[in-house]
Design a protein around this ligand. Structure first.
Ligand code: LIP
Length: 283
């Protein structure tokens, strides 16, 4: 089975390491942008008129708000950083050189059923590295942010992954979709449960990853995710002291791929249960 994400192409990354000032400008811009986009999503969520919900495929929902948020984010980025590329879940794009990778509403299935557990996820990738990541939960006004090498925060307060080491005290999250056979996910779920862990699924992988970074969850795994679902969250977890898989190294920007992010004390359990290799822990 070849798993490729639709509607965008990716050419070899053009090495481009933004200078610190250019990255700081994007970091500040991103915090303001994701809150503006979150306010749009929150207004739409509060609108009790019948939401327009379409289906992109089995169990793959699309709301008017997904499209509206992506349009807003794309237009703001193109106005402020016209030389950067854009790659969005709903309108695609070309991931060459420095690129913004955007999920306008992650947790669309929740949003469509008026479950207040969804977020906006935006990452900035340059020179083959995730440089910036932001995940905003409009329902709780929680903004998760990270810059490569400078830690992770929630609403400006530094966050760290959990110190959990015992499987029978662990709470993990497993995501799934119909891009892989059910048996594949059931094998992982069985391994986690038999190890003694508790397992959740909340239908927004980005928030699931943010919660690992924040110590609210001990690990997140999903055996195929699109780049817009996971890049911001992977940076958050690594910057908060967690262990993550090498998503970009496995050509995830072009093909998507397996995602694993975990508290350090559960790294071996999670890697064994999912058969996903983790990046070496930083010194
Ligand atoms: C969601 C992902 C989640 C996956 C869901 C869905 P969306 O993204 O964040 O990891 O398990 O099936 O794909 O579609 O809500 O943006």
């Amino acid at each position: 089975m070849t798993l490729t994400s639709p509607n965008f192409t990716c050419s070899p990354a053009i090495p481009a390491t933004p200078d610190p000032a250019a990255l700081t400008a994007r970091e500040t811009f991103l915090a303001d942008l994701i809150r503006e986009a979150g306010a749009l999503a929150r207004r739409a969520f509060a609108d009790t008129s019948t939401p327009q919900v379409g289906m992109k495929g089995p169990q793959d929902f699309l709301t008017e708000t997904d499209a509206a948020v992506e349009d807003l984010v794309r237009s703001r980025i193109q106005a402020s950083f016209p030389d950067d590329s854009f790659l969005g879940e709903e309108t695609g794009g070309v991931a060459t050189g420095p690129v913004w990778v955007v999920d306008p509403i992650d947790g669309t299935a929740n949003f469509a059923r008026r479950i207040p557990h969804y977020c906006i996820s935006i990452a900035y990738v340059a020179d083959g590295e995730i440089r910036l990541g932001a995940i905003y939960d409009p329902s709780h006004d929680e903004l998760y942010a990270a810059r490569q090498g400078r830690g992770a925060t929630r609403n400006g307060t530094p966050i760290r992954v959990a110190q959990t080491t015992r499987a029978d005290a662990a709470c993990l999250e497993l995501g799934w979709s119909n891009r892989l056979p059910n048996a594949t996910y059931l094998a992982v779920l069985t391994a986690m449960l038999e190890a003694g862990a508790n397992v959740r699924r909340a239908a927004t992988g980005a928030l699931g990853l943010a919660y690992v970074a924040d110590g609210r969850s001990d690990g997140y795994a999903e055996l195929h995710m699109h780049p817009w679902d996971c890049l911001a969250g992977l940076l958050l977890v690594e910057e908060a002291g967690g262990r993550v898989c090498g998503f970009l190294e496995a050509d995830g920007l072009n093909k998507g791929g397996a995602v694993l992010a975990t508290a350090p004390g559960l790294a071996e359990l999670m890697s064994r249960a999912t058969n996903v290799t983790l990046r070496e822990a930083p010194n």
